[in-house]
Design a protein around this ligand. Sequence first.
Ligand code: HEC
Ligand code: HEC
Length: 345
Amino acid sequence: MSSWVRAVPLWLCTMTMTSWAAALPEGLVDLGRPATESEIAAWDIDVRPDFVGLPPGSGDVWAGEEIWLAQCASCHGDFGDSNEIFAPLVLGNITEEDIGNGRVDSLKDPAVARTTLMKVSTLSTLWDYIYRAMPWNAPKSLSQDEVYALVAYLLNLGYVVDDDFVLSDTNMAETQARMPNRNGMSLDHGLWSVSGAPDVSGSSCTADCDAAVTVTSYLPAYAMNAHGNLAEQVRDWGPYPGLWTAAEPEQLAAANVVVEAVLAPEAALTAGGCSGCHQMAGQLVGPGFDAIRVKYAGQEHAAYLRDKIANGGAGVWGSMPMPPMPAVDDDALQQIVAWLTSGEE
Ligand code: HEC
Ligand code: HEC
């Protein structure tokens, strides 16, 4: 590689489009073309802490809840409290004093679980992140109004705003003034070290590495490769290598089958009135679906279950009877039974 190629990034910082062609060595002047206005606009979606870049729009808590339940809850939990995929977004452990001080006091206590809303200092970051990256399996699919609504919902879950709150481009700054940890960001320390000088040579992450890292969260199979193969995007040394998320075509086909079989037919269960007595895990009035699925894994149980759901019965799990459920239509029954017999996840 000739030396001018390596020098390009340095010149780029100060060069204008017009000086570009003239500065290139002989024979390379016709390489590429300047990006068009609309190409730049399509990438230029960042929202800065001073709200430069924030598009107009608005959304309220209730609209946010609806979108949340449809598009976010499967990974983050109904109330943003799930620890399954990554750390919880909200747990409600923010106090009125924190909001007053702009500093979340419980962050000083290592025993308290940390959430996104406890840590994030700038509202713009929450808005920007959701707009560009979520839902994980379909990034950039949300409209601007939907993002306002979702942010309003998350703030409401954290008691930062009231139920009737409407977030919009005109009150973002005012809302920023209530961010619980707005004064919690400090810039006067280096990466990895909060007390010493910046670790610009990266020595603390190449020495004293953790011996092994246990993965404590996972993505559902259908969302694994939504952002490309993470292993190829993250360094492959040190304690936190990227997870291998790409699948071979055969694996992908197999994963799709598993996912179809394993995903709970939530709509059918809700419409069928099952959720009143059964929850996914653990006994309610009837046994948890987790226990039922373990007991009846395998196609050979399908006919029995179809009959039991339609006609009811008692005595298998206790004396409490399950009433007949004749209103569940064939399609729904089919889906429910296929899921119940599909085996453990
Ligand atoms: C398929 C699973 C999935 C779905 C659906 C999903 N997310 Fe996420 N979300 C993730 C994962 C994984 C991360 C962590 C990504 C990372 O760190 O690179 C994340 C991170 C986030 C974060 C940042 C957390 C932090 O502290 O860094 C926010 C905020 C968020 N999601 C909001 C949403 C919203 C709003 C929706 C619905 C529109 C949504 N998510 C839907 C998987 C999902
Ligand atoms: C009024 C409460 C109630 C409702 C509503 C209800 N169930 Fe049940 N279900 C029970 C009880 C109680 C049992 C335990 C019965 C037993 O021990 O035989 C049970 C058991 C089951 C079993 C295990 C059967 C066995 O023999 O091991 C399945 C499968 C099941 N329910 C599915 C459903 C589905 C699907 C729906 C919705 C269409 C539903 N239930 C609605 C109370 C209910």
